[in-house]
Design a protein around this ligand. Structure first.
Ligand SMILES: C[S@@+](CC[C@H](N)C(=O)[O-])C[C@H]1O[C@@H](n2cnc3c(N)ncnc32)[C@H](O)[C@@H]1O
Length: 208
């Protein structure tokens, strides 16, 4: 996966354009209402969404692609970016008031989805909040490619996507307090002005 993303960032730069997802602004409002000061962003890419958060919070991103980290440090100098995998055990015992994780969870098979969520919970302060987005089962791309697990399809060689029903998404975060769950249409404008829309689910949960 590292080389896939590195190649994409190298060739396409700010792949999904300059505008943050509307979910980043939604998360920002929820975090503000809950007195959040520090935010961890797993799979932070080139900082498209950290930039919507870093004016209000102290933001740290962790990202697998070294090339994306270089772009992110230029695009959002107010955030701090670390190169590494979210699947490696968190080190240093550092904790955050909130996690914002945009479109990373659906890239993994069930075992690693559980690991990602577990690592995020471990890095969350008591009463901390997590905001995750992921592909929706109601999106038109659901079902394309070879089925590898329940709800998960290999849509190109070595690249999987999991499509979440609302119930499945809530179950992934079982044990945490559900604050909000919903659907949103993500609207992208690529570097070359092409546009794309797809359907996401989001979930907001709180740790006791
Ligand atoms: C679909 S992109 C979303 C990027 C970013 N959240 C955004 O909206 O701009 C998924 C990102 O997760 C990163 N990624 C994939 N696997 C990862 C891992 N194990 N640890 C950290 N980042 C990872 C990829 O390099 C890529 O930047």
């Amino acid at each position: 996966m590292d080389s896939y993303w590195n190649v994409r960032y190298h060739e396409e730069g700010l792949i999904w354009g300059q505008n943050p997802s509307s979910t980043a602004f939604h998360a920002r409002d929820i975090f503000k209402q809950n007195n959040v000061t520090t935010v961890l962003v797993p799979g932070s890419g080139y900082g498209r969404n950290t930039k919507a958060l870093s004016a209000d919070f102290t933001v740290e991103g962790i990202e697998l692609s070294g090339h994306a980290v270089k772009l992110a440090r230029q695009w959002d100098p107010q955030s701090h970016f670390m190169e590494g995998s979210v699947l490696d055990s968190p080190t240093g015992g550092k904790k955050y008031d909130a996690v914002y994780c945009f479109d990373l969870l659906h890239l993994f098979l069930l075992k690693d989805r559980r690991k990602l969520i577990d690592h995020c919970i471990k890095q969350l302060n008591d009463s901390g909040i997590m905001y995750f987005t992921c592909f929706s089962d109601e999106d038109t791309h659901n079902g394309a490619g070879k089925r590898v697990e329940e709800g998960t399809f290999e849509y190109m060689e070595g690249k999987c996507a999991h499509f979440f029903t609302e119930e499945d998404l809530i179950n992934h975060f079982g044990g945490l307090n559900l604050m909000e769950v919903g659907s949103v249409t993500e609207k992208l404008t690529y570097q070359d002005e092409r546009t794309k829309e797809y359907l996401l689910r989001y979930i907001v949960v709180k740790k006791d």
